[in-house]
Write a protein that binds this ligand. Structure first.
Ligand SMILES: Nc1nc2c(c(=O)[nH]1)N[C@H]1C(S)=C(S)[C@@H](COP(=O)(O)OP(=O)(O)OC[C@H]3O[C@@H](n4cnc5c(N)ncnc54)[C@H](O)[C@@H]3O)O[C@H]1N2
Ligand code: MOO
Length: 338
């Protein structure tokens, strides 16, 4: 910080706010801390009685917070994002489409360990909407050495930290099992729940088949939808441990690769994920019909964005995988699945 004469201040950065008072009319900030003094500001500053100013010296190697924010934006912002207006050195990223937010968590950690700069994002893998603010970054001081910014660029090695993967329109087959539903003792209430959810991601339901608790029939229905071109087959019910729960066996019968039977998410423990070539088969437990958000929403959204999940991806849900069961569900504005 240095004290200088106002007439020498052009191009320098103000270290403090400058207040203007017009009796009876206005009292407020005429110039903000961080403002870069322009030639035309000098007479205004003098008219406010400011003949001297505290400024940050803008040496060759120093970068102002606004320019630094733009520099950081260019190195961390990935696909399907746009930046908002820079405000007081802060820049935010806005999603340009509906999709899944991908955060390179290791790079984000490395970046945030550098000091004098920060970046905060929504959680990795959350669904985001077009127009939603998803991340923000800024430097901490008013000015920063250019070498520090260049160092950040170097450690990122041309990999962005945050991006959005848009949903692709997928074809969905629904296989609903349960003797009580098949025999008309109760009305199917699972199909409409799945249909509503998948349509929110722009997917098309190509059909639903209601099966009795019979492995062969459930298996045949899955194969039928795969042959009809379904990208994802959603099997509902029959996922737990009683003798009539045959859906896992039927999915195994297709010879698909079983990624998991069981997920560290409550509700959703009895979930199954399997891949047959580039097609996905999900075994969705009964809780997905009852609870507003379950493991199904998390895995389905990522699948629609084109991701193929590993056992590790599923296992990572354990931390944050316990739903609080609030009276009024606020998901995604809570820690569930984050
Ligand atoms: N002894 C145990 N019991 C349960 C366990 C367990 O580990 N040990 N797991 C519980 C968990 S967790 C869940 S989730 C449910 C799993 O349910 P399922 O997927 O096996 O569901 P079903 O047994 O087929 O049905 C449960 C319930 O929902 C009704 N249902 C099913 N499908 C439909 C439909 N299409 N439309 C309307 N209603 C439907 C069904 O009639 C049952 O009442 O299991 C826990 N139990
Ligand atoms: O698959 Mo069930 O959570 O865990 O209700």
């Amino acid at each position: 910080m240095r004290l200088i004469k106002t007439e020498d201040a052009e191009g320098h950065v103000l270290c403090h706010d400058i207040t203007q008072i017009i009796p009876g009319k206005f009292k407020g900030r005429a110039f903000k801390k961080g403002h870069i003094v322009k030639k035309e500001d000098i007479p205004v500053l003098k008219s406010l009685g400011k003949n001297h100013l505290y400024i940050w010296e803008m040496k060759e190697n120093m970068v102002h917070e606004n320019e630094a924010a733009e520099f950081i934006r260019d190195i961390v912002m990935g696909n399907n994002l746009k930046s908002g207006e820079i405000k007081e050195g802060k820049i935010e990223f806005i999603s340009e489409c509906d999709g899944i937010l991908k955060v390179n968590r290791e790079s984000l950690l490395e970046f945030n360990m550098l000091g004098e700069m920060m970046m905060a994002t929504l959680s990795n893998n959350v669904p985001v909407k077009a127009g939603e603010r998803v991340a923000g970054t800024r430097i901490i001081p008013l000015i920063i050495e250019r070498e520090k910014l260049n160092h950040a660029k170097e450690i990122l090695k041309n990999r962005s930290i945050v991006q959005v993967i848009p949903y692709k329109k997928k074809k969905i087959g629904i296989v609903t099992s349960g003797n009580e539903v098949y025999n008309g003792i109760i009305k199917d209430r699972f199909g409409p729940v799945i249909e509503k959810k998948v349509s929110e991601y722009g997917c098309e339901v190509i059909g639903q088949k209601i099966c009795p608790d019979d492995t062969e029939e459930i298996y045949n229905a899955i194969e039928m939808f795969l042959k009809q071109g379904a990208d994802i087959v959603c099997c509902t019910g029959g996922m737990s441990v009683d003798p009539d729960d045959l859906t896992p066996a039927a999915i195994k019968r297709t010879n698909a690769d079983i990624i998991t039977y069981g997920a560290p998410v409550l509700p959703g423990a009895m979930f199954m994920l399997a891949y047959k070539e580039n097609k996905t088969i999900m075994g969705i437990p009964g809780c997905a019909m009852y609870n507003r958000i379950t493991v199904f929403d998390m895995i389905f959204s990522r699948t629609v964005a084109g991701e193929k999940l590993s056992l590790r991806d599923i296992a990572e849900y354990g931390d944050g995988g316990f739903c609080r069961g609030c009276d009024e569900c606020r998901y995604p504005n809570c820690g569930f699945g984050k």
